[in-house]
Design a protein around this ligand. Structure first.
Ligand code: PEP
Length: 300
């Protein structure tokens, strides 16, 4: 491709221009390279997945401490994903403190209402102020037995309802040892996105979370993670367009800690993280968020 994108003024080196995306109030910059190809620089996203941890008191304390720790931090979208029973409590705390932290849900059911004992609908989540929802987390896939087909239904319903969805994919240790990581992740992404139209990808975040790295203290090397993120972005470009793929945030999850976050997040295609264990310690979660904001500012 040659020549600059219409409406943008070429300059020596690179030119940045903020683009306000009305569909989800997301801001990203378009960077024009000297050759004129455009590359989106994505605002990092860091989510804290509290899993089945905390109670009303400890969750409230955590939300307060995270809000206070992130109070002046720009250049980052942060979210917390508390257990269902505490959503309203955590929403009040975030609102009272004027925090711009998104309220997230760890799961959802795709049906509108009816006889689905134990499940929670999109309308119920919206009613509780939820803005972002995890889909296909490895514990849903491997402990609860969720299949790609169900994950696709949930993802379609969420994006259709205008919510932000964090689609989690990742290979098991066995699959990596067999060298099948690319096939597995590509299959998970492809089947989850079946029949999802291109404009919906503006509300999509993909979390690459190798199953063997979740909660184990074993982190993918930044190079291995980058390789998988680049593969996923390439697949998104083939499924949709390069422009769509350049806008989707692809975040990494799996034993991210304050001491390994910056190196992971400084990789070209790693746009933040999904944090489990470390999100339960406010100081660690805040440090990881800061690492995401700082490394994004320093990316070429
Ligand atoms: C997760 O729950 O998505 C996760 C990545 O957990 P941990 O950070 O504990 O590995």
């Amino acid at each position: 491709m040659s020549g600059f994108v219409a409406g943008m003024v070429p300059a020596a080196g690179r030119t940045r221009r903020a683009v306000h995306h009305t569909a989800f109030h997301r801001t990203y910059a378009v960077v024009l390279t000297p050759k004129g190809t455009s590359v989106a620089t994505r605002k990092p996203f860091v989510g804290g997945n509290w899993k089945m941890n905390t109670n009303r008191t400890t969750g409230s304390d955590l939300a307060r401490a995270v809000s206070d720790g992130l109070v002046n931090l720009d250049g980052l979208d942060a979210a917390v994903f508390p257990p269902f029973p505490y959503l309203l409590t955590i929403r009040s705390i975030l609102r009272d403190r004027g925090a711009s932290i998104r309220l997230g849900s760890q799961d959802v059911y795709h049906q509108q209402d009816g006889a689905f004992t134990g499940e929670v609908s999109i309308a119920m989540l919206k009613d509780c102020g939820v803005q972002s929802v995890l889909v296909g987390h490895s514990e849903r896939r491997h402990v609860m037995g969720e299949k790609d087909e169900l994950i696709n239904k949930k993802l379609r319903a969420l994006l259709d309802a205008g919510l932000e969805a964090v689609l989690c994919v990742g290979e098991t240790q066995e699959e990596r040892e067999a060298g099948h990581q690319e096939i597995v992740n590509a299959r998970q992404v492809r089947t989850a996105l079946a029949e999802i139209p291109a404009p919906y990808t503006d509300r999509l975040i993909v979390a690459y979370e190798p199953v063997w790295a979740i909660g184990t203290g074993m982190t993918a090397t930044p190079q291995d993670a980058q390789e998988m993120h680049a593969m996923i972005r390439g697949l998104l470009a083939r499924l949709y367009s390069q422009a769509s793929a350049d806008r989707v945030r692809i975040i990494y999850g799996g034993s991210v800690k304050p001491d390994n976050a910056a190196e992971l997040f400084s990789q070209t295609d790693i746009d933040g993280g999904l944090i489990g264990g470390a999100s339960l310690k406010s100081a660690d979660f805040v440090a990881i968020c800061k690492a995401a904001a700082e490394t994004a500012g320093a990316k070429p």
